[in-house]
Design a protein around this ligand. Structure first.
Ligand code: TNX
Length: 503
């Protein structure tokens, strides 16, 4: 909005040495906002105009059919932050409104357009997921009660933009997982991969094998308190994510990483003797018994219940670090389990070691190596290189939390790579996207999760969403710095990397 400069102000500016010719220009206040250059992840294109829109006590949110859920989500954020009532009204309202409009057009999922002028805000998309993405962009543009004028045209580079949380090494409550979901979706993360089982804990009640959770879920690393999700609680997490257009991919890790299951059911071991519960941090010492038939009855039951709890198409079957399983057994096992998953109507995601077996068409291999090694024979690949994308790696040798076996990962390391060209033997057309795993061997609280995830999660989110042409460390640093006030307001305990000039 134009601002008239009074005589005293002009005089003061001139006295202060500001060029008189510049201040004598008629009303050129409110230059285009820099906020459009600070949207993270960077959009396909954005332009700032002069002026802006003010959210006042008459402003409405107007939502057409199918947009009501997104409108509720937006109101839930803007009502507390602006103190305005922001009633939701039917579509068609003109002026002083934030309009969420579905234009019925095709095009890439999550595509949206956002326009802001003095009369209001319009977000237009072909589908509700695009409106939701546009709302996340709008959140970053709102400062106080004002939204600077401009427009954004946007769509994701990759559909799969994931974050993994290891709730097996340490248990996190439903509310804690939901908080992490909210932190993730504001950077347009679309997949939550939950690592539900490992040597130290089994975290999902399987009704047909109840001791998995009751016994196998009773502890955690270091003897910390265990816990598990009932099926109703687990459904609540899945629904919470779905209402934010996020897909949950549940992981039951096998044939290794199964000590908690073996401790609960001795019949699953080859010698019939249950090992004790395990609270250390070693890996690669446990295995399901590949020759025993009961192993596959067990997996059919577990996968059947899990498939019934999972609206998304994928179940993750682990397959990593099976050092206590012979190679021949591993191949036999992974091939048979892929069939069980398919029989329950789902597709397989697994760590990239599954490439040593015979991946079924549609199986997705998740690369977690550090050496750009070949991942053959998978129709799709998700990239989580441990030395670039692992959020549990320390930032530097003074980081009090986390591990360092793969690398020390500063913010720039997490950002400066290209998922499209990372694996030389995998064409970019086979790359489904990126995922940032957060393993929790030595992370026990939400604050500790946040410290390791932020700011690097934002870097991985941008690699997943933004066109490769926007990749630019100097511009990213500015976008990232602009997030800090939001993180402080949200109580996110981030690592204040010295690579960034934080606001
Ligand atoms: C490797 S990555 C693992 C996990 C550990 C992680 C710690 C992968 C598929 N397996 O079991 O938690 O390293 O960084």
């Amino acid at each position: 909005m134009p601002v008239k400069l009074g005589r005293e102000v002009l005089a003061a500016l001139v006295t202060a040495g500001v060029c008189a010719a510049a201040v004598a220009e008629p009303v050129v206040a409110d230059p285009p906002s820099t906020a459009y250059a600070e949207i993270l992840p960077a959009p396909v294109s954005a332009r700032a105009d002069r002026g802006g829109f003010t959210i006042d006590r008459h402003t409405t949110i107007s939502a057409g059919p199918g947009a009501r859920g997104v409108a509720d989500h937006l109101a839930g954020i803007l009502r507390p932050s602006t103190g305005r009532p922001l009633p939701i009204v039917p579509a068609g309202r003109r002026g002083n409104t934030i309009a969420l409009t579905m234009d019925g057009s095709d095009g890439p999922r999550e595509r949206y357009r956002l326009d802001v002028n003095g009369r209001g805000v319009t977000i237009t998309a072909g589908r509700a997921d695009g409106l939701f993405a546009g709302v996340q962009t709008l959140r970053q543009l709102v400062h106080g009660h004002t939204v600077p004028a401009g427009n954004v045209t946007d769509a994701p580079r990759f559909a799969y933009r994931g974050a993994m949380l290891d709730v097996a090494r340490h248990y996190f409550t439903v509310a804690q997982v939901e908080r992490y979901i909210d932190e993730l979706v504001q950077y347009k993360i679309s997949v939550l991969h939950l690592h539900l089982t490992d040597d130290q804990g089994w975290r999902l009640m399987i009704d047909s094998w109840p001791r998995l959770a009751a016994v196998g879920g009773s502890t955690a690393v270091g003897g910390d308190p265990g816990g598990y999700y009932t099926q109703a609680q687990y459904r609540a997490i899945v629904e919470y994510a779905a209402s934010r257009f996020m897909t949950v991919i549940p992981e039951i890790d096998m044939p290794g990483h199964v000590n908690a299951a073996l401790a609960a059911y001795p019949e699953l071991t080859c010698d019939g003797v249950a090992p004790p519960l395990y609270t250390g941090t070693g890996v690669g010492f446990s295995s399901l018994c590949v020759p025993k038939e009961i192993t596959y009855q067990f997996l059919d039951d577990v996968i059947g219940e899990l498939a019934a709890l999972t609206p998304g198409p994928y179940l993750h079957i682990g397959g990593d670090e099976a050092h206590a399983t012979s190679r021949a057994d591993y191949v036999t096992f992974m091939n048979r389990v892929q069939g069980i998953v398919a029989a329950h109507g789902k597709r397989v995601q697994a760590w990239h070691q599954i490439a040593a077996a015979t991946p079924l068409p549609g199986t997705v291999a998740q690369y977690w190596g550090t050496t750009n090694a070949e991942v053959a024979a998978a129709t799709g690949v998700v990239l989580s290189p441990a030395n670039l994308a692992y959020l549990d790696m320390k930032y530097n040798d003074r980081t009090p939390l986390g591990q360092d076996w793969a690398a020390l990962i500063e913010v720039r390391d997490a950002y400066d790579w290209d998922p499209g060209t990372y694996l030389p033997d995998v064409p970019s057309s086979a790359v489904r996207g990126v995922e940032a795993p957060l393993w929790t061997e030595n992370l026990r609280t939400p604050d500790e999760l946040e410290y390791m995830a932020f700011p690097r999660l934002a870097a991985i989110a941008e690699l997943g969403w933004s066109p490769a042409s926007t990749h630019d460390w100097d511009a990213f640093k500015v976008r990232l710095a602009a997030q800090a006030p939001r993180w402080r307001a949200q109580g996110i305990d981030f690592y204040p990397s010295t690579q960034i000039s934080w606001r």
